[in-house]
Ligand binder design. Structure first.
Ligand code: ADP
Length: 191
């Protein structure tokens, strides 16, 4: 089975490129952000706890997202592969993912990293706030906190996956079509 990780800072376009990738390569897209927003919308206990953190631009606990990932793996034994979007986001999550996959006799196929500068992150998230109305896109302060968390907690994963030879970076600046061509080319090489 293929296990692709779609990596990048908030607002890099992971969600945008996940849908066409899912279709083209027959993968099941798992977005931890989307799963959490569903829990919030459904008003579950997990959703309530997650909302308080997400609305500040903080990460939710590793165990919470890992539980959602494990459930989705278990519920979809017959897919060709998975496209993980927004997970792993901490070094601990990356280590736990490795363990989860090892126990299935599987491994990460590759990390496709969409790279955009911090300034572009802010502009894109501010634009998305007008359209999607997400609570965590609503203020400059929250956006700045998400960017800080990305650099402090998520960026260290780049070195980890580089060392494993699994890291493939794509320039995330350009038109959606241009970036999609780059992403498809990177995934194609790993099939
Ligand atoms: P973005 O990529 O724009 O940050 P996401 O939809 O991926 O948006 O995530 C929204 C929020 O959900 C994050 O800021 C974080 O609070 C929470 N979240 C999503 N995935 C994870 C994860 N793997 N670990 C911890 N928190 C997460």
């Amino acid at each position: 089975m293929k296990y692709f990780i779609l990596f990048g800072p908030p607002g890099a376009g992971k969600g945008t490129h996940a849908a066409p990738l899912e279709k083209e390569f027959n993968l099941l897209h798992i977005s931890t952000g989307e799963l959490l927003r569903k829990e919030i919308a459904a008003g579950t206990e997990l959703g309530k706890q997650a909302a308080a953190l997400i609305e500040k631009g903080d990460l939710v606990p590793d165990a919470v997202v890992e539980g959602m990932i494990a459930n989705t793996f278990a519920a979809n034994p017959d897919v060709k592969g998975f496209l993980l979007d927004g997970f792993p986001r901490t070094v601990q999550q990356a280590m736990d993912l490795d363990e989860m996959l090892e126990s299935r006799d599987e491994r990460v196929t590759g990390v496709i990293s969409l790279m955009i500068p911090d300034e572009e992150i802010k502009t894109r998230i501010q634009g998305r706030a007008q359209i999607e109305g997400r609570a965590d896109d609503a203020s400059d302060e929250i956006i700045a906190n998400r960017i800080r968390n990305y650099h402090a907690k998520t960026e260290p994963l780049i070195e980890i996956y580089k060392e494993k030879g699994l890291y493939f970076e794509v320039d995330g600046v350009g038109s959606i079509d241009e970036v999609q061509d780059r992403v498809f080319a990177a995934v194609n090489k790993l099939f």
